[in-house]
Design a protein around this ligand. Sequence first.
Ligand SMILES: NC(=O)c1ccc[n+]([C@@H]2O[C@H](COP(=O)([O-])OP(=O)(O)OC[C@H]3O[C@@H](n4cnc5c(N)ncnc54)[C@H](OP(=O)(O)O)[C@@H]3O)[C@@H](O)[C@H]2O)c1
Length: 275
Amino acid sequence: MANKTETVGIIGLGRMGRCMVKGLLETQTLNKNEVFFTTKHKETSTQVEKELGIKSCKTNDELIEKSDIIVIAVKPQNSAEVLEEIGKKISKGRTVVSIVASIPTSLIESKLPKGVAVIRAMPNTPAFVGAGMTAWCAGSGAKEPDWQRVQTLFEPLGKVARVDEKHMDAVTGLSGCGPAYLYVVLESLTDAGIKVGLPRELATLLAGQTVLGAARMLLDTGRHPAALKDEVTTPAGCTIDGLLELEEGKLRVTLIKAVVQATKRAKALAKQVKL
Ligand SMILES: NC(=O)c1ccc[n+]([C@@H]2O[C@H](COP(=O)([O-])OP(=O)(O)OC[C@H]3O[C@@H](n4cnc5c(N)ncnc54)[C@H](OP(=O)(O)O)[C@@H]3O)[C@@H](O)[C@H]2O)c1
């Protein structure tokens, strides 16, 4: 970390936790001896230790002892047991960062001693390659040094935005789940390339670089996507025929509905978890 005395402990090292750790080690934000983790099953810990070269802790108690920043990265349905187990033992001065979907900071705070700082963050899996998107919000006890810690933790993994907590479920539906929607788009574009006679490897490269390039055009120029689309669409050209198919297939409304449904699910999940 920027402050070299800081250590990070991650409770739950599944798909998202691993993407984060991989990114943090590769960018040398953390050395291998500055990050600890636990998993539910011993076999998973052994496998992760081999894969990433970092040390597991035997218990969550040991992890919180060793860590300045405690990242909770278990599924929402496992968050109650974890908070019940460690909640009261976390002392002030530590920052608890929850990447658990749906669970509000107020609920997490209610399981911790008064004044312990809680940050709720929603990263995504492209953190693995340093192209992640993390949105975060601060709980009532979190102060500037905690905000700084969360920025330092996630900035090397891609872009970071601080948001109001009321937007966190929408963030989950858009950027948290979004990579999955785009993999479906990428798979479809690749299959389309195959359909029109391209070799698979070339079709994959064309699809991937085109999506990456379009995203960079959007972010680097700051222009409206409709204006960027118009530049590709020449009168009576090929693109307008392709766009017409997308309109007939209701691509826009389908993507909007996907985000709306995932957001609703994120809201509903919090009600199902008994904390
Ligand atoms: N996947 C994503 O794209 C993504 C993106 C943003 C946020 N998130 C959030 O990140 C969290 C984890 O998601 P995931 O996809 O990484 O799930 P996952 O792959 O199922 O990983 C969950 C991890 O939690 C561990 N675990 C469960 N109970 C535990 C306990 N009591 N103590 C210590 N470790 C425990 C599991 O250990 P075992 O492996 O031994 O069972 C596993 O390593 C979720 O809350 C999700 O909402 C996920």
